[in-house]
Design a protein around this ligand. Structure first.
Ligand code: HEM
Length: 336
């Protein structure tokens, strides 16, 4: 018979192991990663294990001459490129409230000539909540609810945070911002470094941001309360119908010595920013339908002319995304 009690010494040992794992370079098994998402946030069958509450849209991207100087990617040809878009609320809960100071996401798939694709998942913060897959896995483990209280253990959370202060940058940023008024009125950052490769083979690294053409718009606490937990989808439909949702795709150019391989470290203030093009959202699908449903936005799917940086978080995303896609398709893909 197994006992539900774990001695204090055993608990400390387990926890020290979690903390030590955060600093290690041991590989994280992709299925174990997705299992840990489920253990920490709950299992919602059919839904993405992260960014569960979302909506599909489509749009059109047109690149600039400045982008063509930096990269040969056909996305920047200047001709309109179709894009399959997914907007979502952060987290694994498909009923996550829209009026909370939580993360919003904008995932894109550019469908390029010759069957080439470019996929990315951007978030509404300039930094991510972990700098390595090991640290991210251990972060999730440190937040796993205690079976007795059904809540994360505050002592574990505190000890993990103290040993890994960079995991607090993302939640602190989100807490400092108002609730977004719309999916169409916030900045979305790529957070990873990418290299743009020109026709002569020069590589310019940078980090990108999608900035709303109509400007950033947040809600006061009272406005957010009045909006209730479910307004973002209808708001998006209305704004798109009025032709008001578009983003400048801007690249901040890294200089030599800048850190570009860490998703918790933004580029220094004041780096030159180049507009690579404009993305206009042209229509929004009915709730729970649309072409984004069966896509997993894998940021390693890059076109010729764009290359990944050495950020370990970037390469680590592909396999767990595929596992999550596999599970939700088998369960019957849903998103709202
Ligand atoms: C090793 C690190 C990471 C793991 C294990 C992970 C895991 C996941 C999983 C399982 C999904 C759902 C995929 C699906 O079912 O299609 C997802 C979605 C997402 N992740 Fe991550 N993630 C990681 C890092 C990041 C980072 C650094 C960012 C920052 C840009 C990010 C942004 C997103 C976004 C925007 C989505 C929603 C995409 C959509 O709408 O399909 N993730 N993540």
């Amino acid at each position: 018979m197994t006992t539900p009690f774990v001695s204090a010494a055993a608990a400390v040992a387990v926890f020290s192991a979690v903390n030590a794992f955060a600093q290690s370079s041991d590989p994280v098994d992709p299925s174990a990663f997705v299992d840990q998402f489920e253990a920490t946030f709950g299992k919602f069958e059919g839904y993405r294990r992260s960014g569960a509450k979302g909506i599909c849209a489509v749009g059109e991207f047109v690149g600039t001459a400045e982008a063509r100087k930096l990269s040969t990617a056909s996305a920047f040809s200047g001709k309109p490129v179709p894009v399959i878009v997914r907007f979502s609320v952060g987290g694994a809960n498909p009923k996550a409230p829209d009026n909370a100071k939580s993360q919003r996401n904008m995932a894109l798939q550019f469908d390029l000539p010759g069957g080439e694709q470019w996929q990315m998942g951007n978030i509404s913060a300039p930094v991510f909540g972990a700098s390595s897959p090991q640290q991210f896995f251990a972060l999730l483990a440190s937040r796993q609810p205690d079976p007795a209280t059904k809540q994360p253990d505050p002592a574990k959370v505190k000890a993990f945070n103290e040993a890994n202060p960079d995991v607090l940058l993302l939640p602190k940023y989100l807490a400092s911002q108002p609730v977004p008024a719309s999916f169409g009125s916030i900045n979305y950052w790529g957070v990873h470094g990418f290299g743009l490769v020109s026709a002569s083979g020069e590589k310019q690294f940078g980090k990108w941001i999608f900035e709303p053409v109509a400007g950033v718009q947040g809600l006061s606490d009272n406005e957010a309360k009045a909006k209730g937990p479910s307004f973002l989808f209808d708001d998006l439909r209305q704004r798109v119908k009025e032709g008001k949702v578009a983003f400048h795709f801007n690249l901040e150019l890294a200089q030599s010595g800048d850190k570009i391989d860490n998703a918790t470290v933004p580029l220094p203030e004041g780096r030159k920013k180049v507009t690579l093009g404009t993305l206009k959202i042209t229509s929004v699908s009915a709730d729970a339908e649309g072409p984004c449903l069966s896509i997993t936005y894998n940021p390693m799917v890059l076109p010729k002319g764009v290359e990944a940086s050495a950020d370990p978080m970037l390469a680590a995303r592909a396999a767990p995304y595929a596992v999550s896609l596999g599970r939700r398709l088998v369960e019957g893909a849903k998103q709202q």
